[in-house]
Design a protein around this ligand. Sequence first.
Ligand code: SAM
Length: 294
Amino acid sequence: MSPDSTANPAMDVDFQKMGIYIDGRTKNELDELLAAKKDAEITARDLYGFSCMHYLDDGPMNEAASFFGLSRDDSVDTDAPPKKILDFGAGFAGDARVMASEFPGCELTCVEVQPHIHAAAERFTALVGASARCKHQCLDIFNEPVVNAPFDHLFSVLVILHIPERDRLWRSLAATLKPGGTAYVEDYFAARPLTDEDKAQLAGPVACPYLPSREEYERTLKDAGFVDVRWETMNERWAPFVSSRLAKFREARDRNVRVHGEALTAELDLFYSTVQQLFARGNLGGVRIRARKA
Ligand SMILES: C[S@@+](CC[C@H](N)C(=O)[O-])C[C@H]1O[C@@H](n2cnc3c(N)ncnc32)[C@H](O)[C@@H]1O
């Protein structure tokens, strides 16, 4: 990080080398979708595949909904106030829109630091008519308060790996939750000592400049006021997923070049192959964390 990183630490990370964040990818996919379906007919599920930037499809969202006690039944307790969920680092907000559309007892606040991703996410949410229960804010949590806090639940998938100031971050996240509020997080950690090759790949195409060990991670959570921490190592499920994601992307090369062009296809291939190599070597760990703020 640069010496003046406290001015805007979240944006100090270099996102420019990450293919999946390049402006235009989701617009290309939306144009492809609109060639087959009228915009008035598009649902949150139609946008889901290219909006989500994590593993195991809607697995994280379903696990979180179950952990948060959300129900798909729209006849249940319609007078109860909706559960307020912060999706921290929502990206293109695939999960938040589907949660808002399919779980009637909740409302989502999506926080995203990159303006072009925030703007695209907000447009997609409006397109499917989910704006009433899925709100968007573009901000750096270290510098600005999250409107709508405090929340009942925190949901954050593959975001924290981008932010090296962990003590400060986890304290900031804890501050957005009500006492007793719950957190569902998916993230990376250093399962074994990282090699120079791991570090270079993480810092480059994955924009991940720092990773703690499990012990460091759990200490940070405790210091930030989280209890009942359940740690679920995901490598056995994530390694085959990222491998098959790369294989499918390469099988569809002709389609990808037609939709995205050669340059973006090459950037995406670099990103998917880098992640596949990191998980194949196995020093990089993946984790699901469920925890409660004391
Ligand atoms: C790998 S993507 C995951 C997005 C989404 N959670 C998902 O699973 O599809 C990580 C997202 O976190 C965002 N991000 C990174 N640092 C952030 C920060 N400090 N505050 C908010 N969002 C951040 C990135 O811009 C990116 O959109």
